[in-house]
Design a protein around this ligand. Structure first.
Ligand code: GLN
Length: 311
C-alpha cells in the first residue's frame, strides 16, 4: 500500500523549490537524436519509503528514457544468474573516465573497469544473451522490470532504441574491441541490440523509485516481501553504485549527496537510502559528465533536507 505523507511531501517540495533555478541549464543528450528533442525544462522527483510512504514533485509521472540506469537492473540479473563469476570479465573499480571511454579499455586489455560504464554494460548484455535470441533476452530483462516495479506497463521506447542503434558508433567500437580481446562471445550486433533496447526502457520517477525499493531493504521488496536478490548481492550493487554510479563524477556525487545512486543520459538519477527508501529525480539538462545538472542539485537538497545519508 502506497500512502501519501504530508511532512515528507512538504520537505520534498521545499528542497525541489530551492533548486528550480538550475532547471533548464546544461545540455540534453543530443548525440542520441531521439533524446535531443526532449524539453530541457522538465523536472520531476519522487520518494518512496520502505513503509510505502510516497511523495512526488513536478513531472514525476512523465516517462523518460532511463538509459544507463538500466545497468543497475542488468547487473541485478547477471549477479543472480552467475554471481561472482562476473568479476572474471568486468572489474568493480571506479573508472575515473567518461562513460564511453575507449582509452582505458585498451590499456586494460578489454576488461571494463566496472559494470556501469558502457563497456561493462555491454559485457553484461553478452552474459545475459547466453545463446538466446535478442528478443528472448530482452523479454527476460523486461520481466525483471515488471516484477520489481510491480507494474506490467513498463516498456521499451522503440523510437529511442532505433535512434540509438543508428548512432551507436562509439558503443560498436567498444564492443568490437572487447570482441577482439575475447570478452564478447555473441555477435557485436546482438550485444548492441540488447544494450540499446535496454537503455531505451521508458519509466517515470514514481515507477523508478518503486523498482529499486528492493535495494533499500537488502534485496527484499519491502512492500511485497518478495526476495529479488540475496542480501550480499544487494549490498554489492549499492557499493558499486556509490563508487561508480556517476562515471568520472562519482566522487563529486558521493561528496555532495552521500548516497549510492545511478544516473543516465536521459536525465534520470536514482538513489538508494538503505533501510529508508528510494529517491528518483529527472531533468534532461546534463552537466559535462553526462549527469543531470538540476537532478544532482535536487538530490543534494533533498538528502540534506531529510537528513538522509549513509555516513
Ligand atoms: N545509451 C547511452 C549510451 O550508450 C547510455 C549512456 C548513459 O546513460 N550514460 O551512450
Amino acid at each position: 500500500m502506497v500512502k501519501g505523507n504530508v511532512s515528507l511531501q512538504k520537505k520534498l517540495d521545499s528542497a525541489c523549490n530551492s533548486i528550480l533555478d538550475q532547471v533548464g541549464r546544461g545540455h540534453v543528450a543530443d548525440y542520441i537524436p531521439a533524446l535531443a528533442r526532449i524539453d530541457i525544462k522538465k523536472f520531476g522527483a519522487s520518494i518512496l519509503t520502505i513503509e510505502g510512504e510516497k511523495a512526488s514533485y513536478g513531472d514525476a509521472q512523465e516517462s523518460f528514457s532511463i538509459q544507463s540506469i538500466s545497468k543497475v537492473f542488468s547487473l541485478t540479473l547477471v549477479l543472480s544468474k552467475i554471481g561472482d563469476e562476473l568479476w572474471k570479465r568486468v572489474n568493480h573499480e571506479p573508472s575515473g573516465n567518461s562513460f564511453n571511454s575507449i582509452v582505458q579499455l585498451e590499456m586494460e586489455k578489454g576488461i571494463p573497469r566496472n559494470p556501469f560504464i558502457n563497456a561493462g554494460a555491454l559485457v553484461l548484455c553478452d552474459i545475459l544473451l547466453n545463446g538466446r535470441s535478442t528478443e528472448a533476452c530482452l523479454s527476460s530483462i523486461l520481466d525483471l522490470f515488471h516484477k520489481v516495479a510491480n507494474d506490467e506497463t513498463i516498456q521499451i521506447d522503440e523510437e529511442v532504441a532505433s535512434s540509438e542503434l543508428k548512432t551507436a558508433h562509439r558503443n560498436l567500437s567498444l564492443a568490437n574491441f572487447m570482441k577482439s580481446c575475447k570478452n564478447i562471445h555473441h555477435t557485436v550486433q546482438e550485444v548492441l541490440d540488447v544494450y540499446c533496447h535496454q537503455c531505451s526502457i521508458a519509466m517515470n520517477c514514481e515507477q523508478m523509485s518503486r523498482s529499486l525499493l528492493f535495494l533499500s531493504k537488502e534485496g527484499l521488496d519491502p512492500l511485497t516481501n518478495n526476495r529479488i536478490i540475496t542480501q550480499e548481492m544487494a549490498r554489492r550493487i549499492n557499493s558499486i553504485m556509490m563508487l561508480c554510479g556517476h562515471y568520472d563524477a562519482s566522487g563529486d556525487f558521493a561528496y555532495r549527496v552521500g548516497l549510492p545512486g545511478k544516473s543516465g543520459v536521459g536525465g534520470g538519477i536514482v538513489v538508494v537510502v538503505p533501510e529508508v527508501g528510494v529517491i528518483t529525480v529527472w531533468s534532461p539538462g546534463l552537466n559535462k559528465n553526462g549527469n543531470s545538472l538540476a537532478g544532482s542539485a535536487a538530490l543534494e537538497a533533498i538528502a540534506r533536507t531529510l537528513n538522509w545519508n549513509i555516513l
